[in-house]
Ligand binder design. Sequence first.
Ligand SMILES: NC(=O)c1ccc[n+]([C@@H]2O[C@H](COP(=O)([O-])OP(=O)(O)OC[C@H]3O[C@@H](n4cnc5c(N)ncnc54)[C@H](OP(=O)(O)O)[C@@H]3O)[C@@H](O)[C@H]2O)c1
Length: 291
Amino acid sequence: MSELTQTPPIVWITGAGGLIGHALCCRAACNSTPRELVPLRRADLDLLDISGIVERFQREKPAAVVHCAALSKNPACTANPDLAFDVNVLATQVLADMCSKAGSQLVFLSTDLVFDGQKGAYTESDAVNPLSVYAETKVLAEAVVLRHPRHLVLRLSLNGGRSPSGDRGFNEEICQAWAMGKVLDLFIDEFRCPMSANVTADAIWELVDRKASGLYHLCGSERVSRHRIGELLAMLHPGLSPQIVAGSIRDYKGPPRAPDTSMNCDKVEPLLSFRLPRFSEWLETHGCSEF
Ligand SMILES: NC(=O)c1ccc[n+]([C@@H]2O[C@H](COP(=O)([O-])OP(=O)(O)OC[C@H]3O[C@@H](n4cnc5c(N)ncnc54)[C@H](OP(=O)(O)O)[C@@H]3O)[C@@H](O)[C@H]2O)c1
């Protein structure tokens, strides 16, 4: 068959109704590689329906699966650990095994919260110590995926942007709270490396193109406190009359939190055509249109 008549490879995006899955669908057009994108929302493919996943996979034979669907919020996972396990681990295992048998690539999205946050600047060789049900399921799923040498695990930090439901990005959550007149208590001593979901999506498409495999950290290059994130967003949304107080994780009485899950991205950067942005600088240039 000539190149002109070849059909482009099918790529599944699970969780296409969520923040990062949606960003991947939107940003696919900016990447010149031909592919047939199959955005899968929950209504198209319920991850709790294992036979449905298997049947559809065998029918469509995707060359790659970017697996964004998850029970992604910690309170939901804590409230229902069995559901969190089924969605975050079991379904991932089914996809990893199917992809492996078919010679397809799986990209699995994990989290900086696999770390306990006692050290910061984590590299891929640092030991994990999850503090929550959500993070525990991600650690289990990472192991399941990394059993297969062709698959890719990307640990992300906080992602922001515009989600289809309007409430998935950290910026959307914060702005919603301000719109309701809430005063936000944001910690000055809890650190993450935030990044735009669109930048995450651009990086993922480049890594898919390179058929990257193994474990990588992928996040913004600036370590920022939750309080600073709030200040930066407040400057962007003065119309919401943002109100923030500077809190401290030391005074916090709830379930355990990881104070500094900043990550080192030296391993992934050579595989990308662009530098991972500093959040404050990125916000100055793109904030108004994307946040
Ligand atoms: N966003 C971040 O800051 C961040 C940070 C680190 C890691 N991650 C990881 O990155 C991935 C994508 O995150 P995200 O922010 O895009 O999450 P999200 O906005 O919550 O999207 C997750 C999607 O998964 C879908 N889903 C949940 N249960 C499902 C099921 N049983 N069957 C099919 N679909 C189901 C959800 O559907 P509904 O819309 O119907 O609920 C939602 O659209 C997740 O694995 C997350 O853990 C995200």
